[in-house]
Design a protein around this ligand. Structure first.
Ligand code: MTE
Length: 330
């Protein structure tokens, strides 16, 4: 989403204006809340369904998940409309403009697909996608995701805790970190012609971060398999970290004794650290991280919302960083 600035006024693009379907969904939700027929939780979920149905334009395979009981996995916040989730993306393998992936990721072939588990594990294995999807019970999780650029979304993901997979492959005592390697195929990904990042796109986590129940291996969103632009067929979602830590279209998960070098660290180590936890008190060298704009919602004249420590997941993940200097380990 781009803003046109003139004399202090910010004008939204056409794409910023709430689509009719979303408006209808919100009205349903308001009606439900007004009648008091349902508890707040129920009303939000019913509103969520109305919203999803009204804005979902394409027909991807349904992928239902049981509502997650993992602490922090469900939020009462309004969901970002499907149309915005799938048309405003960062997926540099398909171009650097936010609209590029939605337009060009049709060339990605999410099946057949395998994910190789390598390195410091007792049970290395190449998983076929179907086997990987059945490895644990699929859950629906409503996560806030905040991008380092200062925007955020709330998305209903479908997947299971990465910890489920990690336990199955039995890391050795040397496994201190997990590296995610994502697809780099020139035939499918036009963005690879650009040298903007060192391909393949690589991300990493410390082992205890990867084992935190909130760390999600996601296969779907809004009750369907992942659209290509969102990282089909499998991606990570780390809601307490800036969005770039959540690698899309994963082909390899490697367990290592050394801290992995992520693509963003290679591109600019001064701006993108290994941890990249959402932190309103540690600014990016070129801009503040104190506030954010919710995509599809915070439009004209809306005050930006305050960014929360660990993106609001401090109760769940704060203990991972006890005693660490988060200004140094950004
Ligand atoms: N994964 C790959 N393979 N390539 C990318 O360019 N971009 C990252 C992350 N994962 C990226 C990626 C960034 S910068 C963000 S903010 C999130 O994906 C965006 O996810 P979304 O488009 O689903 O919101």
């Amino acid at each position: 989403m781009h803003f046109l600035k003139d004399r202090g006024f910010v004008h939204p693009h056409a794409s910023d204006i709430t689509p009719q379907g979303v408006y209808e969904g919100r009205r349903d939700l308001l009606k439900l809340l007004a009648t008091g027929a349902a508890g707040a939780t129920l009303a939000t979920w019913a509103g969520r369904d109305a919203l999803a149905q009204t804005v979902r334009p394409n027909k991807l395979t349904a992928l239902a998940g049981a509502r997650s009981a993992v602490p922090g996995a469900i939020t009462m916040e309004k969901l970002t409309p499907y149309a915005d989730v799938t048309s405003y993306n960062n997926y540099y393998e398909f171009g650097t403009d936010k609209a590029d992936p939605g337009r060009t990721a049709g060339s990605l072939k999410p099946r057949p697909w395998t994910v190789a588990i390598e390195g410091e594990v007792k049970k290395p294995k190449v998983y076929d996608l179907d086997e990987l999807m059945k490895l644990a019970t699929l859950e629906e999780r409503l996560y806030r995701l905040r991008c380092v650029e200062g925007w955020s979304m709330v998305i209903p993901w479908v997947g299971y805790s990465l910890a489920e997979l990690i336990k199955k492959v039995e890391p050795t005592g040397n496994a201190k970190y997990v590296e995610f390697v994502t697809l780099a195929d020139k035939a499918q990904m036009p963005g690879l012609r650009s040298g903007v990042l060192d391909w393949p796109y690589v991300e990493g986590l410390r082992m205890d971060e990867a084992m935190n129940p909130l760390a999600l291996l996601a296969f779907g969103l809004y009750g369907e398999v992942l659209p290509n632009q969102s990282g089909a067929p499998v991606r990570a979602v780390l809601p307490w970290k800036y969005g770039f830590k959540s690698g899309k279209s994963i082909v390899k998960i490697r367990f290592t004794d050394k801290q992995p070098q992520s693509s963003w660290m290679k591109a600019n180590a001064n701006e993108y650290g290994f941890y990249s936890n959402v932190n309103p008190t540690v600014d990016h060298p070129r801009w503040s991280q104190a506030t954010e704009r919710r995509i599809g919602e915070d439009g004209l004249f809306q005050k930006k919302r305050a960014t929360l420590m660990f993106n609001g997941y401090e109760a769940q993940v704060g203990q991972l960083y006890t005693g660490m200097d988060l200004k140094k380990n950004f």
